[in-house]
Design a protein around this ligand. Structure first.
Ligand code: AP5
Ligand code: MG
Length: 218
């Protein structure tokens, strides 16, 4: 099963992708996470990507598309994958479709996580992430048991560079302009299912599973 999680910054793609990955035993492929790993290790790709990420802009398509094409060819993605944060514009969606077609594969479902803007800003501005295992926290909604320390692995938790107020606004504007047209693109292909992204994490996972499995039974 090849899934796309579509949604604005802060909609919960990372959070839900993790649950779905465990449930279906297929990898979550987050372009944001791969890019941040490159930024951290100061690879040439990371140095280039950082300029764009710090502004809240999209990293150029050629970089991201190449990264995803390589990743979906890895062995663990053979039985399916969950794309989190990709595609993010029409060109990326078209290239993905062509790449999958060459591999005799296709996208089976696109889940659109719908969350109102005010809530997105609230989630992003309070988000904290573990430097080591990537676990996500929120200073108010889901704080760690010990301030500044990950519950799961004990490492330091930090605020992402792009979770500052002005960068959040830029990312949301880019989402509306570049990524939102993908809703119509996938709806026309009868692949799109909207899921309410407000509620508890577990309830939202249930709604997503319903949208995936309801469809696969038809
Ligand atoms: P990326 O890392 O993909 O960031 P994003 O799309 O902005 O999304 P986020 O990771 O911020 O949010 P999320 O939906 O994963 O939410 P999360 O689960 O963490 O991209 C970063 C940058 O990389 C881009 O700006 C761009 O520069 C570049 N990039 C990446 N992909 C690219 C591409 N394809 N092309 C070009 N450039 C690309 O949740 C958010 C917060 O809310 C957390 O604190 C969480 O604990 C909390 N939360 C989650 N669920 C709930 C809930 N149900 N109730 C309350 N709080 C919740
Ligand atoms: Mg994310």
């Amino acid at each position: 099963m090849n899934l796309i999680l579509l949604g604005a910054p802060g909609a919960g793609k990372g959070t839900q992708g993790k649950n779905l990955s465990e449930r279906y035993r297929i990898p979550q492929i987050s372009t944001g996470d791969i890019l941040r790993a490159n930024v951290r290790s100061k690879t040439p790709l990371g140095l280039k990507a950082r300029e764009f990420m710090d502004k809240g802009a999209l990293v150029p398509d050629d970089i991201v598309v190449g990264m995803v094409s390589d990743r979906i060819r890895e062995e663990d993605a053979g039985g399916g994958f969950i794309l989190d944060g990709f595609p993010r514009n029409l060109n990326q969606a078209e290239v993905l479709e062509a790449t999958l077609a060459r591999m005799d594969k296709k996208i089976d479902r696109v889940i659109g996580m719908e969350v109102e803007r005010k809530e997105l800003v609230r989630r992003l501005s309070g988000r904290r992430v573990c430097r080591k295992c990537g676990a996500s926290y929120h200073v108010i909604f889901s704080p760690p048991m010990n301030i500044g320390m990950c519950d799961k692995c004990g490492s330091e938790i930090y605020q992402r560079d792009d979770d500052k107020q002005e960068t959040i606004e830029a990312r949301l504007a880019v989402y509306e302009k570049e990524t939102l047209p993908l809703v119509e693109y996938y709806a026309k292909k009868d692949l799109y299912a909207a899921v309410d992204g407000i509620g508890t994490v577990d309830q939202i996972t249930k709604n997503i599973v319903g949208a995936i499995e309801g469809r696969s039974n038809t």
